[in-house]
Design a protein around this ligand. Sequence first.
Ligand code: 26Q
Length: 809
Amino acid sequence: MDKEQIKEEIIKKLRRTIGVTPDEASNEDIYVAVSCTVRDLVMDRWAEANKQVHHSGNKRLYYLSAEFLMGRALTNNMINLELYDAYRDALGELGFDLDRIEEQEADAGLGNGGLGRLAACFLDSLSTLEMPVTGCCIRYEHGLFRQLIEDGEQHEAVDNWLEHGNLWEIARPEDTVEVRYGGHIEEVWTDTGVSFKHEGYTSVVAYPYDMPVIGYESKMPATLRMWQARAKTKLDMKNFNRGDYARAVEESALVEAISQVLYPEDNHHQGKLLRLKQFYFFTSASMQFLVRRHKKFHGDVRTLPDYYTIQINDTHPTLAIPELIRILLDEEGLSWDEAFDIAFRMFNYTNHSIMREALERWNENLLKELLPRIHKIITVIDQKLRESIWQKWPGDWSKIDELAILNRGEVHMANLCIAVCGRVNGVSQLHANIIKTQTFRDFYVLYPEKFIGVTNGITIRRWLAKANPALTAEIESRITRSFLKDYRDFEKLRNWEGNAEFIEAAARVKQENKERFAAYLEAKQGSVIDPHTMFDVQAKRLHEYKRQLLKILHVLCLYFRVKDNPHTFMVPSTFLFAAKAAPGYYMAKEIIRLIHSVAWLIDSDPAVRDVLKVVFIEDYNVSVAEQLMPAAEVSEQLSTAGLEASGTGNMKFMLNGAVTIGTMDGANIEIYDAVGEDDIFIFGARAEELRAMDRLCSYDPRAVYDANPELKRVVDSLVSGVLPVASNKQFHDIYNALLHYGSHKADRYFVLHDFASYDKEFTKLMAAYVDRDKWKAMSARNTICSGIFSSDRTIHEYNEMVWHLKAIE
Ligand code: 26Q
């Protein structure tokens, strides 16, 4: 389509779908019309692609994930259809600005953070690589909460992303399935043996919506299948006829609660019944659908592994395993051995966290009551696993204790995954090693061949082509646009390493992006920032292990330095924080309050406010990230070594030319390997050092505090009254967590330990920043070396080691 055809199509849609003429149309009308025209193009390819896979018998990936953090679709689709410029021009001629139109679309915020965004990047890459995939998740009526800041504190508001409808989804009523909870299992004995009958259960209807996700110049759009929970009958007529209207709707509301809302805890497991219902809901629906579809196209369930491979994104979709076995046993009449064999050949599991509090465990009785048949199947898997353990370590009960699925009244989901899955992977080199040598050490002895590492990645379509069109243009003019389709072509940029013109061009783009971001932030929340200061950014979920606290304490330290001595060497800086805290995570919310307090302190001080500024970016989400990444100059990656499985924000910053200051953790290590020691700032204790200190209980934060007067002053200021607060409440809980936290360990995340090291490295960073030529070269080199963090590379590795899909010709 060219510009003229696009104009024509838009006008046609405006008149025929919305019933307005272009001169009467609102931005929202235009958004709808434009989206419909783009959707038509996507649908055409989708229809063809689905037909081809059905008939060709190509293997298909089912990517099961409780979260897909998709963000917006419209402009991303335009880019991937190579129609972005044409649409921009066409709309311009019709008198509309594409940037304004784009903002009409609500983010699809069906995820918390890294894990959900990774799933979204994977769909883009799989489609770009022409590999068939269906992503399966829940169609949460409300995605991740919206963050409001009032008086420096976080408040939550519901995310109503479906309020104005969703143009990117298609209902598929013909694929509806039923999910059953509760009840009991009757054994029925016949001449051929025993079979199981589920009785007295409650039914929930799983109603699917599909969203096409098209990759770059792709003929094979991915499908995101989102399941919605519906009551079988909206009204319970028995109650209704008795006149009990409230009761009549009550039951349906209870059922539909299953897909009402995304749980906002990230990297933290709580054994909530509704959450368990959610997990079973979407995995059961997905497995029933998969089997149904296989039978329709290929007949025999015994050939399932030839046509499907399943990836489990963290343990949340684990119940897909016993659910598939249940279907094969109870509905398809296979034997245990046959059913197990099929499951063993189909499932793979990705781990995303080694922290104890993130490992998913469920109370066994709770699970048994909610899912009696699934519980029974899990006991059989557990029995088989125990036999293998016993064979490997005869008589060693401690191994059983460690590795069993059912133990001490709990169901250990990771153990279930490892027992059944063909491959188990970590998401960075370090994380994969930690899994093998610590977290799942004994499993690694039992099944060494299962364990692999696949370093995460990000899609360069969204995070470069869409987020940073100016930098993309500079790259494209040198190495052509082919790198958007073939990630290996990005390597051609290496030829431009040290090239003064490219370095200058990238620096010019960065400055423009900073100015654009400053305008964006002022419009968004009224914050005024100076684009001639250094933009130093920490953007990620709020978590103690990610150590936003280390950063803000350091800013406070810089504040005191400038205040004491106005001639201190200091790069005028804007420190940008963006982070949502889980609503029930008290410490995380305290840290947000502290960040605001430090911002006020500096703002009210004429002696400092021209050099330092702190801004908290409200309601961070995918669309905000797209504005922020291209404008960032410093990427703060401060997690306690060993605790950030990978990180993917770090990659987005690097791709867009920010220089990293970070610990040797997760993918930071691989960023260090890629750019080399001169173009990154590494600080802090290594994972092994911290582990040793943990083992020996030798870390004494108070000693660190006593020995460093500057640090002491900073920490003391948390409770001394110098910090402005809205509520007359100082920061005693943060103070205590650092120095003496009741029965807990003080400073669990080694903030004080790494403080001096961070300070030293930050000083080096400032010195590099003022050497403008040096800094610009560092920045350009970060972009140039970021090719290996393309999620196309990640997908390629999964495919070689795990899935073995064939790209559609
Ligand atoms: C599970 C059960 C009950 C309640 C909540 C949860 C839950 C929800 C979300 C547990 C974990 C998450 C999210 C985890 C996550 O985002 N992990 C991140 O995954 C990224 C992609 O691999 C990594 O880059 C990050 O390092 C990792 O923290």
